[in-house]
Design a protein around this ligand. Structure first.
Ligand code: KIV
Ligand code: ZN
Length: 504
C-alpha cells in the first residue's frame, strides 16, 4: 500500500536565510496562505528568537492558519525555546523544532562543548519544549558528518525526553545519496524507540543532491521531507518542494509513496515566492523554470506535434500553468488584468492593484504587448507596498565614448524636490553617487544583476541589487525598458527598505 510522506515546508525559515533575503510579516503571511493552498503538512514559520519580525510572523501565522501544523525553530536553550513557545501560543497545532549540533567538528569549533555536555543539553532542551507542546521535533545539526554511534545516543535521549520527530539534517550538503539513505537505515535499525517517531530529512543542495538524497531516504524509512519553494535556503538552498512533489507524483507507481500536495498550486506558489523574495527562478530549473515545458530542437518539436508523450513527462496544466496565451496590451481593461494576475498566483489588495495597473498601462504604452513574464516583473519589482521615503522625480544622463559620465538626479522627499549631480565610472555609478548625496545614507554595493524578463529589443530589464548599510543587507528591485532607469529605481527601492528597517 502506498505510504504518506509528510511535507515540512521551510520556505519561511531556512528559505528566508538565503543571502540578502528579507520578507516582511505581511509577505510571510501571504506566502503562508499560499502554502496552505498548496496543502503542505507543516509550515515552519520562523525562528522567533532571531528577530522581532520572525517572532511576529510566527505569531500571526499561528493565529490565521488553523488547519496546518505551524513550527518554530529554537536552538537548544531555554531562551530560544521559550520564545518559540510564546510565539506559537495561538497555534492550533504547534511544533517546536529544537536543534543542536552532533558532529565533532561543530562541537569543537562552534559549541566548544564535550559530547557529554551536548547530550545533557539535548535532554534538558527537549524536556523544556514539553512545557509548550507535545509536538517536538529534534534536529541533530550536521548529522551526516557525525559519529553514527553518538548520533544514535543523541536521538535516544531526545526520544526519552519527548521528541516525536527526529530530523537528520545534511546541513552542509555533503552526503551522497547511498551514504545518506544508509545513515537513515542505520538509525532505523539502531535507535531504540525510533518506531514511535517520524524520521525527517533535511538536505541542503551544495552538491546538487538535496532532492536525490531526500527521495532515497524515504526508501529506508524516512517519512517526512523538509523542503522549500523554488529550493531557496541557506547557501545553495534546500530540497525544492516542487521537485519532491512531482517526483513522488509522476513516479508514484514505482515509488509507492504519496504526498497531500495539491500540485496544481505549484506554479502559483513558485511565482509568489519569486515575486516576494526577489529570488528569480533559473529558466532551466526543473518543474518551475520558464523553459521546463519549452521545446526548442526541431526533432523535439516534431515529436511533440505528433504526440506530447514523445518528449513530455509532465503537462504544464498539472502544476497549474494555464494554457492561455492571452496577451494584454494598452487597451486591456482592469478586469482582464486582475484575472490574469490571479491566474499567475497574485492576490493583490486594492492599493497594489491600482499601482500595478498604472505601471502596466505605462509599460504597455511603451512596449505594446505585455506577456506573463512582463506582468510577473511588474509585481515582483514595483507593486509591493513599501513606503516611498525617496521617490524618483527625474534623471538626466550625459555619457559616451571619451566623456566622463555625469548623472543629475531629482528625488522627492516628503513632497520636496532634492537634486544632485555627480560624475562616475559610467552612468549607473554616477547615478548611485548622486543618489547617495541626496539620501545621505552610506552603502556598499554587494550585488548587481540585470535580466531581460521578456523577449525582443524592447524587453523589460529587471535590475536586482543588494546593498549593505551598517552590516545589514537589503534588496532593491526596479524595472524599465531603460536599464539605467531600472537601476536607479532598484537603488532607490533599496534605500527605502533601509529607512523602513530603521523605523521598525
Ligand atoms: O540545515 C540545518 O541543519 C538546519 C537545522 C536548523 C535543522 O537548518
Ligand atoms: Zn537547513
Amino acid at each position: 500500500m502506498s505510504q504518506k510522506i509528510f511535507i515540512f515546508d521551510t520556505t519561511l525559515r531556512d528559505g528566508e536565510q538565503a543571502p540578502g533575503m528579507h520578507l516582511s510579516v505581511k509577505e510571510k503571511l501571504e506566502i503562508a496562505h499560499q502554502l496552505q493552498k498548496l496543502n503542505v503538512d507543516i509550515i515552519e514559520a520562523g525562528f522567533p528568537i532571531s528577530s522581532k519580525s520572525d517572532f511576529d510572523a510566527v505569531k500571526e501565522i499561528s493565529k490565521v492558519i488553523r488547519d496546518k501544523s505551524i513550527a518554530a525553530l529554537a536552538r537548544a536553550n531555554f531562551k530560544d525555546i521559550d520564545a518559540a513557545g510564546e510565539a506559537l501560543k495561538d497555534a492550533a497545532n504547534p511544533v517546536i523544532h529544537t536543534f543542536i549540533s552532533s558532529s565533532d567538528i561543530h562541537l569543537k569549533h562552534q559549541l566548544n562543548k564535550t559530547r557529554e555536555q551536548v547530550l545533557e543539553i539535548t535532554a534538558e532542551s527537549v524536556k523544556r519544549c514539553k512545557k509548550y507542546t507535545d509536538n517536538i521535533e529534534f534536529s541533530a545539526m550536521d548529522a551526516t558528518r557525525s559519529d553514527k554511534e553518538y548520533l544514535v545516543k543523541m536521538f535516544e535521549i531526545a526520544i526519552k525526553n519527548g521528541a516525536k520527530i527526529l530530523n537528520v539534517p545534511d546541513t552542509v550538503g555533503y552526503a551522497l545519496p547511498l551514504e545518506y539513505s544508509g545513515l537513515i537505515e542505520y538509525l532505523m535499525n539502531n535507535v531504540k524507540g525510533i518506531e514511535n517517531t517520524i524520521i525527517s530529512v533535511h538536505c541542503h543542495n551544495d552538491l546538487g543532491l538535496a532532492v536525490a538524497n531526500s527521495i532515497l531516504a524515504i526508501n529506508k524509512g524516512a517519512r517526512q521531507i523538509e523542503c522549500s519553494v523554488n529550493g531557496i535556503g541557506e547557501r545553495a538552498g534546500n530540497a525544492a518542494i516542487e521537485e519532491v512533489a512531482l517526483i513522488l507524483d509522476t513516479r508514484k507507481k514505482d515509488l509507492n509513496f504519496y504526498t497531500d500536495i495539491n500540485i496544481r498550486e505549484i506554479a502559483k506558489t513558485s511565482n509568489l515566492v519569486a515575486a516576494l523574495t526577489g529570488y528569480l527562478v533559473a529558466p532551466n530549473k526543473a518543474i518551475v523554470g520558464k523553459n521546463a515545458f519549452s521545446h526548442e530542437a526541431g526533432i523535439h518539436q516534431d515529436g511533440m506535434l505528433k504526440d506530447r508523450s514523445t518528449y513530455e513527462i509532465l503537462k504544464p496544466e498539472d502544476i497549474g500553468l494555464s494554457a492561455s496565451k492571452l496577451i494584454l496590451g494598452k487597451h486591456s481593461g482592469r478586469h482582464a488584468f486582475v484575472k490574469r494576475l490571479e491566474d499567475l498566483g497574485f492576490n493583490l489588495n486594492e492599493a497594489e492593484i491600482e499601482k500595478s495597473f498604472e505601471r502596466f498601462k505605462s509599460l504597455a504604452e511603451k512596449k505594446g504587448a505585455i506577456n506573463d513574464n512582463d506582468l510577473k516583473a511588474i509585481i515582483q519589482n514595483e507593486t509591493r507596498e513599501i513606503k516611498e521615503y525617496f521617490k524618483l522625480n527625474y534623471y538626466h544622463i550625459l555619457s559616451g565614448t571619451n566623456v566622463k559620465s555625469t548623472s543629475t538626479v531629482g528625488i522627492d522627499i516628503n513632497g520636496k524636490l532634492f537634486e544632485s549631480v555627480h560624475f562616475g565610472d559610467g552612468p549607473i555609478d554616477a547615478s548611485f553617487k548622486a543618489i547617495d548625496q541626496i539620501t545621505k545614507i552610506s552603502t556598499n554595493l554587494i550585488d548587481y544583476s540585470i535580466e531581460a524578463v521578456s523577449e525582443g529589443k524592447d524587453a523589460i530589464g529587471a535590475v536586482k541589487i543588494i546593498i549593505s548599510n551598517n552590516g545589514i543587507e537589503v534588496l532593491g528591485r526596479g524595472i524599465s525598458t531603460d536599464v539605467i532607469e531600472a537601476s536607479i529605481k532598484a537603488y532607490i527601492n533599496a534605500m527605502n527598505r533601509i529607512v523602513e528597517n530603521q523605523e521598525t
